[in-house]
Design a protein around this ligand. Structure first.
Ligand code: GLA
Length: 332
């Protein structure tokens, strides 16, 4: 028996949502809220308990249908087992400070921590790809690479500019004096397979007309005949441009520009991509009007969930004040 402790952070996305699966740019950061899986390797099943949930998850190493495993949080662990097929089992417990259903990637943190606890060997990118497959198998949601890659490859005090076509990851320093706050709309996020998959399919349909969206010109996009596909493509094209503009504004710590870009991103996600809700819009407006706040936007998949606000250091907002953290690690 080998005692093991694996840790993996959640993430918040600062700029670039609904661009990863279109091959675009994203700018998440791993955060100082994390999931810890500790226990011992051995045996021929993976057995996990959770400090937040009742019951025990028991996964045979040859599990065939991870999505059917109960209790439901066990689906993520089971899908990692199915993707990794580890040589031996594990018995241990899960403890997490990443809030569930908030858009902070609690499921990615769980997958990455479980994969490392079970003995995954390889690069951060390989770890992220395995865990994305697990997320897709567990939920049926055809997600992109952002959440798992941010959790696997995070760098303390930095956001990560990820080009989701080349999969190049570039750490971008977060300026001292910038407070990152995640605020829940109190509207539960419902990332059911349907609207997310529909948005992704619409991006693919638009790309079939104008070519890969991250490279498409605004002129080509504005010429798409179908108004829905045109709006979806416009969001991806403008959002990718906002990622690089945001990186530049972080480098010069141009607070006014950061605020403008956050507001423009939210408007694009609300109007062109249609993944916001009235409660989230109201929260973004309230936060954006709060003294000390540079701007705010919906973050993650949307359809409810959380808003990220950037503010002057020390601004007192009711939410999770997060710092950029290192990516996942394992000891033992
Ligand atoms: C979810 C998915 C990510 C990404 C975001 C939206 O978090 O898991 O891959 O598509 O939504 O940016």
């Amino acid at each position: 028996m080998t005692a093991v402790t694996a840790r993996a952070p959640g993430r918040v996305n600062l700029m670039g949502d609904h661009t990863d699966y279109a091959g675009g740019l994203v700018l998440p950061m791993a955060i100082d809220l994390e999931t810890i899986v500790s226990g011992e390797r051995g045996g021929d099943t993976v057995v996990l308990t959770s400090s937040a949930e009742d019951g025990e998850v028991v996964v045979p190493l040859d599990v065939a249908d991870p999505a059917a495993v109960t209790p439901s949080w066990g689906r993520y662990a089971a899908a990692v087992v199915a993707a990794l097929r580890p040589g031996c089992g594990f018995r241990g417990s899960v403890h997490s400070t990443v809030p569930v259903g908030a858009g902070l990637s609690s499921s990615a943190a769980l997958e990455v921590a479980v994969a490392l606890a079970l003995g995954f060997q390889g690069s951060a990118l390989e770890l992220a790809m395995l865990c994305r497959r697990a997320e897709q198998d567990a939920t049926g949601v055809p997600c992109g690479i952002m959440d798992q890659l941010a959790s696997a490859a995070g760098v303390a005090d930095h956001a990560l500019r990820i080009d989701c076509t080349t999969l190049d990851v570039t750490p971008v320093p977060i300026p001292d004096g910038l407070e990152v706050v995640v605020v829940h709309s109190n509207e539960p996020r419902r990332l059911t397979a349907t609207p997310y998959a529909e948005r992704r399919a619409q991006c693919e349909a638009a790309a079939a007309i104008v070519g890969p969206l991250p490279q498409a010109s605004r002129e080509l996009v504005e010429a798409i005949a179908d108004p829905v596909l045109r709006r979806r493509a416009r969001h991806v094209v403008t959002e990718c441009a906002r990622v690089d503009a945001f990186v530049a504004a972080l480098a010069s710590f141009d607070a006014a520009r950061l605020g403008e870009l956050l507001v423009a991103s939210h408007a694009s996600l609300r109007d062109d991509f249609e993944v916001s809700t009235p409660a989230v819009d109201a929260l973004v407006e309230k936060l954006s009007a709060t003294p000390g706040v540079f701007g705010a936007r919906i973050t993650g998949a949307g359809f409810g969930g959380c808003v990220v606000a950037l503010a002057e250091a020390g601004t007192n907002l009711d939410g999770w004040h997060v710092r950029a953290a290192d990516g996942a690690s394992v000891s033992g």
